[in-house]
Write a protein that binds this ligand. Structure first.
Ligand SMILES: Cc1cc2nc3c(=O)[nH]c(=O)nc-3n(C[C@H](O)[C@H](O)[C@H](O)COP(=O)(O)O)c2cc1C
Length: 163
């Protein structure tokens, strides 16, 4: 019976759902990590702080993405982008930017971007089912921020600045 009920549920319009999700203005982060001697990252706006004690953060990653597959059991960094890092956001969203050089910092448990607005290096904590995404929680090992920069904002599919 359950299957029959599901069959008559109207299908959600996924494009319109995505557009409607996009009304929630967010910051933009790049999740960075090391793998087989290389450094990798994925642009992610599903970042949220979760807990103070212990200090936990969360990102929701597409299962099919490289980050979604690799971030179960390895340290990673959350890099909150500043408003001059638009090209970095594009680069780690799978759109390589001509001549764009990424500067890395290796001083913590995971590689991180050198010039982000804020950063959290994390040890793996838990991983939960999130449908076609996987919810990855990290325990914050170290963190920092720059008082002299402003955030990059993502809203309705476009890049914005706070001011
Ligand atoms: C503004 C923005 C936000 C994004 N947020 C997410 C996100 O929260 N989770 C996710 O899995 N992908 C997100 N993406 C898509 C990934 O950045 C993209 O699929 C990337 O190529 C994944 O790289 P990977 O396969 O190397 O991990 C976002 C892309 C953009 C431009």
């Amino acid at each position: 019976m359950t299957a029959q009920l599901q069959d008559v549920q109207p299908k959600l319009d996924t494009r319109e759902l995505r557009n409607t999700f996009g009304n929630f203005a967010t910051g933009v982060t790049v999740v960075t990590y090391g793998h087989e001697g290389g450094v990798f990252g994925a642009t992610v706006n599903s970042f949220t702080s979760v807990s103070m004690e212990p200090a936990l953060v969360l990102v929701s990653l597409m299962r099919s993405s490289k980050a979604g597959q690799l971030l179960a059991d390895r340290p990673f960094a959350i890099n909150v982008l500043n408003d001059a890092q638009h090209a970095t956001a594009m680069q780690f969203a799978g759109k390589p930017q001509d001549g764009h050089v990424i500067d890395w910092n290796y001083d913590g448990v995971a590689p991180r971007l050198a010039d982000s607005l804020a950063w959290f290096t994390c040890r793996p904590w838990r991983r939960y089912d999130g449908g076609d995404h996987v919810l990855v929680l990290g325990e914050v090992a170290d963190f920092g921020h720059r008082p002299d920069a402003e955030p990059l904002v993502f809203y309705r599919g476009g890049w914005r600045a706070v001011s």
